[in-house]
Design a binder for this molecule. Structure first.
Ligand code: ZN
Length: 362
């Protein structure tokens, strides 16, 4: 058997988590370059400078990442002399900014630290970057060798971000436990994915318990306990599971039928006005219907209702006659095969319509 390494994220969380920057980065160098989105940089700049002010860390510059996770933007950053001179890369922002930095850090073999400014997905601590072409079409995945060395979650900044990011992040995180448990069901799991599937069981309950309050607090910009629990669920729990359940070569249990519904929705133009996590949360209901987990389906249905996540086709602007076209698109994506049995188009169309029916009859 060949040897292998597993790199897992570590993190600091709280209103003053940036105070930990000097301690966490102390062995990696002194010159930092901050790369991120424009809004993200403006929201975090002061706190980052405050966090390092008593230390010998020097910020060489704050650089805009270019607006999209594209190889053109990666190239521009690789050619930036200050990026080349930095010992540390601070990746600031949402998924696309952080994903861009992952590629830059990997290519330069420099340590990267992530600073998510919204809690919308687990990009801050996963070892995968979703890359786009400059016209915004999907390009492919890039697999850096390691995730960020450390993730700093400043809950004040998360609380001040628009609450729809958190709302959609909840919808996306809601898929993790159901998808991983379905994808790993009846599988003989080796150590790493076994850990991942067990950890996925820590994803659902905090979402069901704290989301309502967390969303209220986000609207009021309050970094409450509940908001922190939700941010940790969205960024850290799902991120850990993702790192443990996907391997570029050996296995992929990280996602399943809920994300298929999202990929299917890309062929329906009206869906473009809905956020990724929004559509995925409807996909969770379809997955649970397909797998006949009706009790859990009903529970998630109530949850979605309680925070305004979609429960029927109307909610995501899909017409019944679009469903077959959507399922056709799903058949063939990696996630279509992440189930313990063969998924057929006919049965999945049926499951989607049944989910819709259930919701409309409530
Ligand atoms: Zn997702």
């Amino acid at each position: 058997m060949n040897s292998y390494s597993v790199f897992l994220p570590s993190y600091s969380v709280g209103v003053d988590s940036y105070q930990q920057i000097p301690y966490v980065t102390r062995r990696y160098g002194k010159k930092a370059i901050v790369i991120g989105g424009k809004t993200a940089i403006s929201k975090s700049k002061e706190s980052i400078l405050e966090g390092i002010k008593e230390s010998n860390i020097e910020v060489l510059d704050f650089v805009w990442y270019g607006g999209n996770a594209s190889y053109e933007n990666v190239e521009a950053l690789l050619n930036n002399i200050k990026v080349q001179n930095a010992d540390l890369i601070f990746a600031v922002g949402g998924g696309r900014a952080i994903d861009t930095c992952k590629v830059v850090a990997d290519k330069l073999d420099k340590p990267m630290f992530s600073f998510p400014t919204i809690a919308s997905n687990c990009a801050a601590c996963t070892a995968i970057a979703v890359m786009y072409n400059s016209d915004d079409t999907f390009n492919g995945y890039y697999y850096p060798k390691e995730p960020a060395v450390h993730t700093f979650i400043n809950t004040n900044i998360i609380a001040e971000a628009p609450d729809n990011f958190l709302w959609a992040g909840i919808g996306d995180a809601l898929s993790k436990q159901s998808e991983v448990l379905l994808a790993t069901k009846e599988k003989n799991l080796s150590h790493t994915p076994l850990l991942g599937s067990q950890l996925s069981c820590a994803c659902d309950e905090p979402l069901l318990k704290f989301s309502v309050k967390a969303l209220e607090d986000c609207k009021k910009n309050i970094a409450s306990y509940e908001l922190e629990q939700i941010a940790l669920d969205i960024i850290i729990s799902t991120g850990l599971v993702s790192n443990l359940t996907s391997d570029a070569e050996k296995y992929y249990y990280n996602s399943s039928l809920a994300h298929c519904v999202y990929y299917g929705s890309t062929v329906v133009p009206a869906c473009a006005s809905h956020l990724h996590g929004e559509i995925v949360s409807f996909g969770v209901l379809c997955l649970l219907t397909y797998d006949k987990q009706f009790e859990k389906r009903d529970r998630i249905y109530e949850f979605n209702k309680s925070i305004g996540l979609p429960t029927c086709l109307d909610d995501i602007d899909v017409k019944k006659e679009d469903v077959a076209k959507m399922v056709k698109k799903m058949n063939g994506v990696t996630e279509w095969y992440c189930a313990p049995y063969e998924v057929t188009e006919e049965n999945f169309i049926q499951a989607i319509l049944e989910t819709d029916e259930y919701s409309r009859n409530k």
